[in-house]
Design a protein around this ligand. Structure first.
Ligand code: URA
Length: 207
């Protein structure tokens, strides 16, 4: 698996805003949106393009467009806060959805929604989830994508724990991971340390 740390002063500043427990819901969502823009930008840096011809108001000239726009797959609930910005950057992209709740007693993923195209062969897929903790929800999502033939999967996260990165490595799936920070580890409730708390609650309020 390729791991890309998006190590930029602006990314670090937005991540700091998100980590700060005094940051309110609206400011948290705004910082997540900004950081998503940076993650998508980095993850598309080597994307193949098609040459197209256009005309400026002055003369004909050569241009480009993405050859294969990714399918964005936010993992609900927390990934919802990333999809609007990702979609704004690639307006021609399609969007699928996976819903995974967390059983607070066991920290195990509880799937509740799957809305994806049947055939993902040849389709680049970008999975959006701000937090990669144990990696259980992400692994569930990757299993769904691979079962549909996906072979070109990029995971975009704000914060990861080393355990979550290891889960993805051990999956054996050909993946790229773009992440803002890899933190110290997990606490006894499987929250990332120092992390930023519950990314769903911090965007949308408690369930
Ligand atoms: N999910 C979150 O929202 N936060 C964590 O720290 C771990 C999983």
């Amino acid at each position: 698996m390729q791991v890309h740390l998006v190590d930029h002063p602006l990314a670090a500043a937005r991540l700091t805003t998100m980590r700060d427990k005094h940051t309110g819901n609206a400011a948290f969502r705004a910082a997540l949106s900004d950081l998503t823009q940076m993650l998508v930008y980095e993850a598309l840096a080597d994307a193949p393009v098609d040459a197209i011809g256009i005309e400026t108001p002055i003369k004909a000239c050569a241009g480009t467009r993405l050859a294969a726009p990714p399918l964005f797959v936010p993992v609900l609930r927390a990934g919802l806060g990333m999809v609007e910005q990702a979609h704004a950057m690639v307006p021609e992209a399609f969007v699928g959805f996976v819903g995974v709740a967390r059983d607070e007693a066991t920290a195990k993923p509880v799937p509740y929604l799957e809305s994806l195209p049947d055939d993902l062969a040849g389709q680049p897929v970008f999975v959006l989830d701000p937090m990669l903790a144990t990696g259980g929800s992400m692994l569930h999502t990757l299993d769904l994508l691979v079962a549909r033939g996906a072979t070109d999967i990029t995971v975009l996260c704000v914060v990861a724990a080393p355990q979550g990165v290891a889960t993805l490595e051990n999956s054996g799936y050909p993946l790229r991971l773009f992440v803002g920070a890899v933190d110290e580890g997990l606490d006894e409730a499987s929250y990332i340390v120092p992390g930023l708390g519950d990314a769903g609650d911090r965007q949308f309020g408690p369930r």
